[in-house]
Design a protein around this ligand. Structure first.
Ligand SMILES: NC(=O)c1ccc[n+]([C@@H]2O[C@H](COP(=O)([O-])OP(=O)(O)OC[C@H]3O[C@@H](n4cnc5c(N)ncnc54)[C@H](OP(=O)(O)O)[C@@H]3O)[C@@H](O)[C@H]2O)c1
Length: 348
Protein backbone atom coordinates (compact mmCIF):
# COMPACT_ATOMS: atom_id res chain seq x y z
CA UNK A 1 0.00 0.00 0.00
CA UNK A 2 1.22 3.47 -0.79
CA UNK A 3 1.64 5.76 2.20
CA UNK A 4 1.82 8.86 -0.04
CA UNK A 5 -1.30 10.96 0.39
CA UNK A 6 -0.36 14.22 -1.31
CA UNK A 7 1.74 14.71 -4.38
CA UNK A 8 3.02 17.55 -6.52
CA UNK A 9 1.08 18.18 -9.72
CA UNK A 10 1.15 20.76 -12.50
CA UNK A 11 -2.33 22.24 -12.73
CA UNK A 12 -3.90 24.18 -15.55
CA UNK A 13 -5.73 26.40 -13.09
CA UNK A 14 -8.72 27.42 -15.19
CA UNK A 15 -9.98 27.40 -18.79
CA UNK A 16 -7.45 29.45 -20.83
CA UNK A 17 -5.62 30.00 -17.53
CA UNK A 18 -2.03 29.52 -16.38
CA UNK A 19 -0.10 26.41 -15.38
CA UNK A 20 1.19 26.23 -11.80
CA UNK A 21 2.58 23.52 -9.53
CA UNK A 22 0.35 22.63 -6.58
CA UNK A 23 -0.73 19.67 -4.47
CA UNK A 24 -3.05 16.90 -5.62
CA UNK A 25 -4.25 13.89 -3.67
CA UNK A 26 -2.67 10.61 -4.65
CA UNK A 27 -5.34 8.32 -6.14
CA UNK A 28 -5.97 4.72 -5.09
CA UNK A 29 -5.92 2.14 -7.88
CA UNK A 30 -9.32 0.56 -8.55
CA UNK A 31 -10.14 -2.70 -10.26
CA UNK A 32 -7.72 -3.46 -13.12
CA UNK A 33 -5.69 -0.35 -12.41
CA UNK A 34 -2.15 0.29 -11.21
CA UNK A 35 -0.82 3.33 -9.39
CA UNK A 36 2.34 4.50 -11.17
CA UNK A 37 5.09 6.61 -9.62
CA UNK A 38 5.76 8.84 -12.63
CA UNK A 39 9.48 9.12 -13.44
CA UNK A 40 9.06 10.53 -16.94
CA UNK A 41 6.25 12.24 -18.81
CA UNK A 42 6.37 13.51 -22.38
CA UNK A 43 4.77 16.69 -23.70
CA UNK A 44 2.39 16.82 -26.65
CA UNK A 45 1.00 19.66 -28.76
CA UNK A 46 -2.45 18.93 -27.30
CA UNK A 47 -1.21 20.09 -23.88
CA UNK A 48 -0.66 23.69 -24.99
CA UNK A 49 -3.70 23.55 -27.28
CA UNK A 50 -5.93 22.68 -24.31
CA UNK A 51 -4.66 25.83 -22.60
CA UNK A 52 -5.09 27.91 -25.76
CA UNK A 53 -8.36 26.56 -27.13
CA UNK A 54 -10.01 25.01 -24.11
CA UNK A 55 -11.15 21.62 -25.57
CA UNK A 56 -11.05 18.13 -24.04
CA UNK A 57 -11.08 19.25 -20.39
CA UNK A 58 -14.28 19.94 -18.48
CA UNK A 59 -13.18 20.31 -14.87
CA UNK A 60 -10.56 22.74 -13.59
CA UNK A 61 -8.02 22.88 -12.12
CA UNK A 62 -6.91 20.18 -14.53
CA UNK A 63 -3.88 17.92 -14.71
CA UNK A 64 -2.75 17.12 -18.28
CA UNK A 65 -0.12 14.77 -19.72
CA UNK A 66 -0.84 11.63 -21.74
CA UNK A 67 2.59 9.97 -22.01
CA UNK A 68 3.41 8.34 -18.68
CA UNK A 69 6.36 6.14 -17.69
CA UNK A 70 7.24 5.05 -14.18
CA UNK A 71 7.20 2.31 -11.54
CA UNK A 72 4.17 0.45 -10.26
CA UNK A 73 3.61 1.62 -6.68
CA UNK A 74 0.41 -0.24 -5.91
CA UNK A 75 -1.92 -2.59 -7.77
CA UNK A 76 -5.72 -2.59 -7.65
CA UNK A 77 -8.13 -5.48 -7.36
CA UNK A 78 -7.86 -8.19 -9.98
CA UNK A 79 -4.45 -7.13 -11.30
CA UNK A 80 -2.39 -10.24 -12.01
CA UNK A 81 0.01 -9.20 -14.76
CA UNK A 82 1.70 -6.28 -12.92
CA UNK A 83 3.35 -6.07 -9.50
CA UNK A 84 4.77 -3.32 -7.31
CA UNK A 85 8.20 -2.39 -8.66
CA UNK A 86 7.46 -3.13 -12.33
CA UNK A 87 8.72 -0.50 -14.79
CA UNK A 88 5.76 0.43 -16.99
CA UNK A 89 4.33 3.01 -19.35
CA UNK A 90 0.75 3.90 -20.07
CA UNK A 91 -1.47 6.19 -22.14
CA UNK A 92 -2.97 8.72 -19.73
CA UNK A 93 -6.15 10.68 -20.25
CA UNK A 94 -7.88 13.94 -19.44
CA UNK A 95 -8.79 13.04 -15.90
CA UNK A 96 -6.86 14.32 -12.89
CA UNK A 97 -6.11 10.83 -11.57
CA UNK A 98 -4.97 9.45 -14.93
CA UNK A 99 -2.84 12.31 -16.25
CA UNK A 100 0.94 12.43 -16.19
CA UNK A 101 1.95 15.96 -15.19
CA UNK A 102 2.15 14.81 -11.56
CA UNK A 103 4.12 12.43 -9.39
CA UNK A 104 1.63 9.55 -9.25
CA UNK A 105 -1.01 8.54 -11.81
CA UNK A 106 -3.36 5.64 -12.43
CA UNK A 107 -3.07 3.39 -15.46
CA UNK A 108 -5.60 0.86 -16.75
CA UNK A 109 -3.87 -2.49 -17.20
CA UNK A 110 -5.16 -3.04 -20.75
CA UNK A 111 -3.36 0.12 -21.95
CA UNK A 112 -0.24 -0.28 -19.81
CA UNK A 113 2.87 -2.24 -20.81
CA UNK A 114 6.15 -3.21 -19.17
CA UNK A 115 9.26 -1.33 -20.22
CA UNK A 116 11.78 -3.82 -21.60
CA UNK A 117 15.26 -3.88 -20.03
CA UNK A 118 16.89 -2.19 -23.04
CA UNK A 119 14.87 1.03 -22.52
CA UNK A 120 14.62 3.71 -19.88
CA UNK A 121 11.65 5.68 -18.56
CA UNK A 122 12.36 8.59 -20.94
CA UNK A 123 12.37 6.29 -23.97
CA UNK A 124 9.05 4.79 -22.94
CA UNK A 125 7.44 8.18 -22.35
CA UNK A 126 7.98 9.06 -26.01
CA UNK A 127 5.58 6.34 -27.13
CA UNK A 128 1.91 6.41 -26.06
CA UNK A 129 0.00 9.24 -27.78
CA UNK A 130 2.11 9.43 -30.92
CA UNK A 131 2.16 5.68 -31.50
CA UNK A 132 -1.56 5.31 -30.78
CA UNK A 133 -2.34 8.17 -33.19
CA UNK A 134 -0.23 6.49 -35.86
CA UNK A 135 -2.01 3.17 -35.35
CA UNK A 136 -5.55 4.56 -35.16
CA UNK A 137 -4.99 6.51 -38.39
CA UNK A 138 -3.73 3.47 -40.25
CA UNK A 139 -5.73 0.64 -38.73
CA UNK A 140 -8.97 1.88 -37.13
CA UNK A 141 -11.86 0.62 -39.22
CA UNK A 142 -14.73 2.33 -37.38
CA UNK A 143 -14.26 5.97 -38.12
CA UNK A 144 -10.76 7.14 -37.28
CA UNK A 145 -8.59 5.39 -39.82
CA UNK A 146 -7.93 3.61 -43.07
CA UNK A 147 -9.12 0.26 -41.72
CA UNK A 148 -5.96 -1.56 -42.79
CA UNK A 149 -4.96 -4.85 -41.16
CA UNK A 150 -2.57 -4.12 -38.28
CA UNK A 151 0.82 -5.82 -38.14
CA UNK A 152 0.07 -7.36 -34.75
CA UNK A 153 -2.74 -9.41 -36.33
CA UNK A 154 -1.89 -12.75 -37.99
CA UNK A 155 -0.78 -12.10 -41.57
CA UNK A 156 -0.54 -8.34 -40.99
CA UNK A 157 3.25 -8.07 -41.20
CA UNK A 158 4.20 -7.19 -44.78
CA UNK A 159 0.57 -7.29 -45.95
CA UNK A 160 0.81 -4.08 -48.04
CA UNK A 161 4.00 -5.03 -49.81
CA UNK A 162 4.39 -3.02 -53.02
CA UNK A 163 1.80 -0.39 -52.04
CA UNK A 164 3.16 3.15 -51.77
CA UNK A 165 2.40 5.44 -48.83
CA UNK A 166 3.24 9.11 -48.33
CA UNK A 167 3.72 10.44 -44.79
CA UNK A 168 3.78 14.23 -44.55
CA UNK A 169 5.82 15.36 -41.53
CA UNK A 170 7.92 12.26 -40.91
CA UNK A 171 10.00 13.95 -38.20
CA UNK A 172 6.97 14.71 -36.05
CA UNK A 173 6.32 12.24 -33.25
CA UNK A 174 3.20 10.91 -34.98
CA UNK A 175 4.93 10.80 -38.37
CA UNK A 176 7.92 8.87 -36.98
CA UNK A 177 5.64 6.11 -35.73
CA UNK A 178 3.58 6.08 -38.95
CA UNK A 179 6.86 5.41 -40.81
CA UNK A 180 7.68 2.52 -38.47
CA UNK A 181 4.23 0.95 -38.68
CA UNK A 182 4.17 1.43 -42.46
CA UNK A 183 7.48 -0.47 -42.58
CA UNK A 184 6.00 -3.34 -40.55
CA UNK A 185 2.91 -3.36 -42.76
CA UNK A 186 5.19 -3.77 -45.77
CA UNK A 187 4.41 -0.52 -47.62
CA UNK A 188 6.86 0.47 -50.31
CA UNK A 189 8.00 2.95 -51.16
CA UNK A 190 7.56 4.87 -47.87
CA UNK A 191 7.92 8.49 -48.88
CA UNK A 192 8.06 11.23 -46.27
CA UNK A 193 8.66 14.97 -45.97
CA UNK A 194 10.90 16.50 -43.28
CA UNK A 195 13.73 18.93 -42.72
CA UNK A 196 16.78 17.51 -44.55
CA UNK A 197 18.66 17.16 -41.22
CA UNK A 198 16.40 14.22 -40.32
CA UNK A 199 16.89 12.23 -43.52
CA UNK A 200 19.31 9.60 -42.17
CA UNK A 201 17.27 9.11 -38.99
CA UNK A 202 13.97 8.70 -40.84
CA UNK A 203 15.54 6.22 -43.23
CA UNK A 204 16.72 4.25 -40.18
CA UNK A 205 13.06 4.04 -39.10
CA UNK A 206 11.92 2.76 -42.48
CA UNK A 207 11.42 5.71 -44.85
CA UNK A 208 12.69 4.91 -48.32
CA UNK A 209 12.61 8.52 -49.60
CA UNK A 210 12.81 11.76 -47.60
CA UNK A 211 11.78 14.95 -49.39
CA UNK A 212 12.57 18.41 -48.08
CA UNK A 213 9.40 19.59 -46.38
CA UNK A 214 9.81 23.09 -47.80
CA UNK A 215 9.32 21.92 -51.40
CA UNK A 216 6.15 22.93 -53.24
CA UNK A 217 3.28 20.53 -53.91
CA UNK A 218 4.25 20.40 -57.59
CA UNK A 219 7.84 19.45 -56.85
CA UNK A 220 6.78 16.83 -54.28
CA UNK A 221 4.33 15.38 -56.78
CA UNK A 222 6.92 15.18 -59.54
CA UNK A 223 9.43 13.55 -57.19
CA UNK A 224 6.89 10.94 -56.05
CA UNK A 225 6.04 10.10 -59.65
CA UNK A 226 9.72 9.33 -60.09
CA UNK A 227 9.71 6.98 -57.05
CA UNK A 228 6.66 4.87 -57.97
CA UNK A 229 4.38 4.21 -60.89
CA UNK A 230 1.61 2.94 -58.60
CA UNK A 231 -1.23 5.28 -57.59
CA UNK A 232 -0.95 6.97 -54.16
CA UNK A 233 -3.97 5.62 -52.33
CA UNK A 234 -2.73 6.40 -48.83
CA UNK A 235 -1.40 9.69 -47.49
CA UNK A 236 -0.96 10.22 -43.74
CA UNK A 237 -0.59 13.94 -43.03
CA UNK A 238 0.82 13.99 -39.49
CA UNK A 239 1.01 17.80 -39.53
CA UNK A 240 -2.38 18.61 -41.12
CA UNK A 241 -1.87 22.34 -41.49
CA UNK A 242 -3.70 23.79 -44.52
CA UNK A 243 -0.45 23.81 -46.54
CA UNK A 244 0.35 20.14 -45.87
CA UNK A 245 -3.27 19.10 -46.48
CA UNK A 246 -3.09 20.81 -49.88
CA UNK A 247 0.01 18.78 -50.75
CA UNK A 248 -1.60 15.55 -49.53
CA UNK A 249 -4.78 16.20 -51.50
CA UNK A 250 -2.90 17.06 -54.67
CA UNK A 251 -0.91 13.81 -54.73
CA UNK A 252 -3.79 11.52 -53.71
CA UNK A 253 -5.30 9.04 -56.16
CA UNK A 254 -8.97 9.57 -57.14
CA UNK A 255 -9.91 6.62 -54.90
CA UNK A 256 -7.38 7.43 -52.20
CA UNK A 257 -7.66 8.45 -48.56
CA UNK A 258 -5.91 11.24 -46.69
CA UNK A 259 -5.50 10.71 -42.93
CA UNK A 260 -5.41 13.93 -40.91
CA UNK A 261 -4.50 14.68 -37.31
CA UNK A 262 -6.36 18.01 -37.28
CA UNK A 263 -9.68 19.12 -38.81
CA UNK A 264 -9.90 18.96 -42.61
CA UNK A 265 -9.33 22.15 -44.55
CA UNK A 266 -9.63 20.31 -47.88
CA UNK A 267 -13.11 19.59 -49.25
CA UNK A 268 -14.09 16.04 -50.08
CA UNK A 269 -14.98 15.89 -53.78
CA UNK A 270 -18.67 15.67 -54.50
CA UNK A 271 -19.43 12.39 -56.29
CA UNK A 272 -15.80 11.31 -56.28
CA UNK A 273 -14.25 8.69 -54.09
CA UNK A 274 -11.42 10.63 -52.46
CA UNK A 275 -11.76 10.81 -48.69
CA UNK A 276 -10.19 12.74 -45.84
CA UNK A 277 -10.39 11.14 -42.38
CA UNK A 278 -9.47 12.91 -39.17
CA UNK A 279 -7.98 10.38 -36.80
CA UNK A 280 -8.25 10.40 -33.01
CA UNK A 281 -5.37 8.90 -31.09
CA UNK A 282 -7.02 8.21 -27.76
CA UNK A 283 -7.06 4.48 -27.06
CA UNK A 284 -9.70 5.20 -24.40
CA UNK A 285 -12.28 6.13 -27.08
CA UNK A 286 -14.73 3.28 -27.57
CA UNK A 287 -13.96 3.19 -31.32
CA UNK A 288 -10.25 2.63 -30.62
CA UNK A 289 -10.15 0.51 -27.50
CA UNK A 290 -10.08 -2.98 -29.02
CA UNK A 291 -7.60 -1.97 -31.70
CA UNK A 292 -5.23 -0.34 -29.22
CA UNK A 293 -5.47 -3.20 -26.74
CA UNK A 294 -3.95 -5.29 -29.53
CA UNK A 295 -0.97 -3.00 -30.02
CA UNK A 296 -0.42 -2.48 -26.27
CA UNK A 297 -0.35 -6.24 -25.78
CA UNK A 298 2.62 -6.62 -28.14
CA UNK A 299 4.49 -3.37 -27.49
CA UNK A 300 6.94 -4.65 -24.82
CA UNK A 301 7.99 -7.49 -27.09
CA UNK A 302 8.41 -5.20 -30.10
CA UNK A 303 10.37 -2.61 -28.13
CA UNK A 304 12.60 -5.26 -26.59
CA UNK A 305 13.39 -6.66 -30.03
CA UNK A 306 13.87 -3.20 -31.62
CA UNK A 307 10.93 -3.84 -33.96
CA UNK A 308 9.54 -0.47 -32.89
CA UNK A 309 11.97 2.18 -31.70
CA UNK A 310 11.10 4.92 -29.20
CA UNK A 311 11.81 8.50 -30.27
CA UNK A 312 14.70 10.83 -29.60
CA UNK A 313 14.11 13.12 -26.63
CA UNK A 314 15.39 16.04 -24.57
CA UNK A 315 14.90 16.16 -20.78
CA UNK A 316 13.53 19.44 -19.47
CA UNK A 317 15.00 20.85 -16.24
CA UNK A 318 13.14 21.53 -12.95
CA UNK A 319 10.66 18.68 -12.85
CA UNK A 320 7.01 19.65 -13.37
CA UNK A 321 7.89 23.35 -13.45
CA UNK A 322 9.99 22.76 -16.60
CA UNK A 323 6.92 21.63 -18.53
CA UNK A 324 5.67 25.23 -18.72
CA UNK A 325 8.71 26.38 -20.74
CA UNK A 326 8.65 23.18 -22.78
CA UNK A 327 5.09 23.83 -23.90
CA UNK A 328 6.09 27.36 -24.91
CA UNK A 329 8.91 25.93 -27.05
CA UNK A 330 6.49 23.56 -28.76
CA UNK A 331 3.97 26.31 -29.39
CA UNK A 332 6.70 28.42 -30.99
CA UNK A 333 7.55 25.44 -33.28
CA UNK A 334 11.08 25.31 -31.82
CA UNK A 335 11.10 21.56 -31.25
CA UNK A 336 12.37 19.59 -34.23
CA UNK A 337 12.52 15.81 -34.51
CA UNK A 338 12.40 14.97 -30.80
CA UNK A 339 10.08 14.70 -27.81
CA UNK A 340 10.41 16.85 -24.73
CA UNK A 341 10.18 14.91 -21.49
CA UNK A 342 10.01 16.00 -17.83
CA UNK A 343 10.80 14.23 -14.54
CA UNK A 344 7.98 14.89 -12.05
CA UNK A 345 9.98 13.43 -9.14
CA UNK A 346 12.58 16.23 -9.58
CA UNK A 347 10.04 18.95 -8.74
CA UNK A 348 11.35 21.26 -5.97
N1 LIG B 1 -6.01 13.76 -33.73
C1 LIG B 1 -5.30 13.32 -32.69
O1 LIG B 1 -5.76 12.51 -31.89
C2 LIG B 1 -3.89 13.79 -32.51
C3 LIG B 1 -3.01 13.07 -31.70
C4 LIG B 1 -1.67 13.49 -31.62
C5 LIG B 1 -1.27 14.63 -32.29
N2 LIG B 1 -2.18 15.33 -32.99
C6 LIG B 1 -1.77 16.55 -33.73
O2 LIG B 1 -0.88 16.11 -34.73
C7 LIG B 1 0.10 17.09 -34.98
C8 LIG B 1 1.47 16.46 -34.84
O3 LIG B 1 1.69 16.09 -33.49
P1 LIG B 1 3.13 15.59 -33.03
O4 LIG B 1 3.10 15.36 -31.58
O5 LIG B 1 3.57 14.51 -33.92
O6 LIG B 1 3.95 16.91 -33.35
P2 LIG B 1 5.49 17.28 -33.09
O7 LIG B 1 6.31 16.06 -32.92
O8 LIG B 1 5.54 18.31 -32.02
O9 LIG B 1 5.82 17.99 -34.50
C9 LIG B 1 7.01 18.70 -34.65
C10 LIG B 1 7.53 18.39 -36.04
O10 LIG B 1 6.62 18.88 -37.01
C11 LIG B 1 7.33 18.97 -38.21
N3 LIG B 1 6.67 19.91 -39.14
C12 LIG B 1 6.16 21.14 -38.84
N4 LIG B 1 5.63 21.70 -39.97
C13 LIG B 1 5.82 20.81 -40.98
C14 LIG B 1 5.50 20.80 -42.37
N5 LIG B 1 4.90 21.86 -42.96
N6 LIG B 1 5.84 19.72 -43.09
C15 LIG B 1 6.45 18.66 -42.53
N7 LIG B 1 6.80 18.61 -41.22
C16 LIG B 1 6.47 19.68 -40.46
C17 LIG B 1 8.71 19.46 -37.82
O11 LIG B 1 9.53 18.77 -38.71
P3 LIG B 1 11.06 19.08 -39.05
O12 LIG B 1 11.78 18.85 -37.77
O13 LIG B 1 11.35 18.07 -40.09
O14 LIG B 1 11.18 20.48 -39.54
C18 LIG B 1 8.86 19.01 -36.35
O15 LIG B 1 9.86 18.06 -36.17
C19 LIG B 1 -0.18 18.23 -33.98
O16 LIG B 1 -0.97 19.21 -34.57
C20 LIG B 1 -0.98 17.53 -32.89
O17 LIG B 1 -1.81 18.41 -32.16
C21 LIG B 1 -3.47 14.95 -33.14
Amino acid sequence: MSDTKQQKALFLKSKHGQFAVGLNSTPKPGKDEVLIKVYSVALNPVDYKVQEVGGFVENYPAVLGEDIAGMVDEVGEGVLNFAKGDRVFTHGQFSNDQAGFQQFALGGTDLTAKIPDNLGYDDAATIPLALDTASTGLYNSNKYGLGLTPPWVKGGIGMYSGTPIVILGGASAVGSYVIQLARLSGFSPIITTASPAHEVYLKSLGATHVLNRHLSADVVKAAINGFTKNPIKYVYDAISLPETQRIGWSILDAKGCLVLTLPASVQEDEGKERKAIRTFGSPHAKENKELCKGSWAILSQWLGAGTIKPLRYEVLPDGLEGIIGGLEQMKAAKVSGKKLVAHPQDTK
